[in-house]
Design a binder for this molecule. Structure first.
Ligand code: SPD
Length: 426
């Protein structure tokens, strides 16, 4: 070879779309393709993009292998660049063709850095580097990334590259992976639902603000909440007599029971009546005046949760509340999901009357923008700031050693930045 390196550009067509969308499989195949060819792997960085697509690079001592996949077309664009004679890029090509179950492929080889066009430069730093390189052997570091994104914004978490749970339920793809920064994470159709290390913010807010604003909450309904975090928080309240939880997807419950014990710890609680079924239908048939508190702990307004963000649903919830009942629901991010946020509050104000609808904010780092909101709606006009018993909250927080919620957070969460307030009035 009269060049520094060989660059093989590969097109793979009619690959298995599932494999092309599985960041774990793609990363392992690319690393194995490098090793099979005789390369020394130094580093790998792979991203999965929600809803589909994987991009990644394996850095080898002898250059790199890179891939971009379009599962929806069964297509992968790959390049294998090797320098020196010790690695054969065509072995990598063959390996990947099989690993991704390609129907057919095409490729071309380019010689990079042709010797006759190169002149050697004598640089002192290069000599030093050569000595240091002889002394240190590179170690392989994997970088596999989960990414949630829309057209303009992306959020990534590095994880160990293994998928702990993955099932297509009747409603959605349910997965659990292990992230380095936030522990185990549950995703539905590639969207973050909760992580072990910051879920307490969401679950303490969605539960305790309502429970501690109501004078004596006994009967509680949770719609959704399949990970179990909300029920775990609810059973901390001595006034609770019964919590009915209606979750549509039993695979979410299964994923949580198997992988997220800190969330699913109350699934066997004696006060819990767990119904696997459609929360929308449940509320449509629910007798009036049944629940002191209704918590809507749903996923984003796509897939099974779409019908939850509707007037019919919230009107049925209103009816199901007792006279001084309270409804608390997750209401997306006023920063990231402005349209849904605005529409939802407009609808709630129409049902509960504007003075009885309040918005609270909290900080959930793994949700888009980090700024999250919950609605607080009361049937009779309980004011969540003026009508609270501060000592009761202090005692509850002290007994239960909460991590986010306290009496100051309770009050402060209703203070809205001007832009979020303005969205409610539009
Ligand atoms: N994209 C974040 C939406 C999260 C809403 N629900 C979370 C469920 C946790 N119990």
């Amino acid at each position: 070879m009269n060049a520094l390196g060989r660059h093989v550009l590969v097109e793979l067509y009619d690959c298995d779309p599932q494999l092309l969308n599985d960041v774990n499989h793609v990363e392992k195949s690319m690393v194995a393709a490098a090793e099979e060819a005789g390369a020394t792997v130094i580093n790998s960085t792979f991203h999965h993009f929600s809803p589909i697509g994987v991009s990644g690079v394996v850095v080898i001592e002898e250059s790199h292998l890179a891939i971009h996949s379009w599962p929806e077309f069964g297509y992968a664009a790959i390049d294998v660049f090797t320098c020196g004679d010790s690695v054969d890029p065509w072995i990598s090509y063959k390996y990947l063709e099989e690993a991704l179950k390609a129907g057919h492929g095409s490729s071309m080889e380019l010689l990079r850095g042709q010797e006759k066009l190169l002149t050697r430069k004598d640089i002192e730093a290069i000599k030093r580097d050569q000595i240091e390189q002889k002394e240190s052997k590179p170690t392989f570091k994997r970088n596999v990334w989960f990414t949630e994104r829309d057209e303009n914004v992306a959020f990534s978490l590095r994880y160990d590259g293994e998928t702990l749970f993955s099932k297509h339920s009747d409603f959605q793809k349910v997965e659990v992976i292990n992230t380095y920064a936030y522990g185990k994470m549950l995703t539905l159709d590639g969207l973050v639902m909760c992580t072990e290390n910051d879920e307490y913010v969401y679950h303490e807010m969605i539960t305790h603000v309502g429970m501690l604003s109501h004078p004596n909450p006994k009967q509680v309904l949770v719609i959704g909440g399949g990970d179990g975090g909300t029920v775990r928080e609810l059973v901390k309240h001595p006034s609770l007599e019964k919590v009915t939880m209606v979750e549509i997807d039993d695979v979410v419950i299964e994923a949580s029971k198997q992988n997220l014990p800190s969330l699913s710890s109350a699934f066997d609680h004696e006060k819990l009546d767990l119904i696997v079924g459609d929360g929308i239908e449940y509320l449509a048939k629910c007798p009036a005046n049944t629940f002191d508190l209704i918590i809507i702990d749903n996923s984003d307004p796509v897939g099974p949760s779409e019908g939850i963000f509707t007037k019919d649903f919230y009107s049925n919830a209103y009816k199901a509340l007792t006279e001084n009942g309270i409804l608390v629901g997750q209401s997306e991010s006023p920063r990231f999901n402005q349209k849904v946020y605005k529409e939802l509050y407009g609808m709630l104000r129409g049902i509960f009357s504007p003075n009885n609808v309040h918005c609270m904010l909290g900080y959930v780092p793994t949700y888009p923008s980090g700024m999250w909101s919950w609605s607080f709606c009361s049937k009779q006009g309980i004011d969540p700031v003026k009508d609270i018993d501060e000592q009761k909250i202090k005692d509850f927080v002290a007994v239960n050693q909460l991590s986010y919620y306290n009496e100051a957070i309770h009050r402060a969460s209703f203070a809205l930045p001007n832009f979020a307030k303005a969205l409610l009035d539009e």
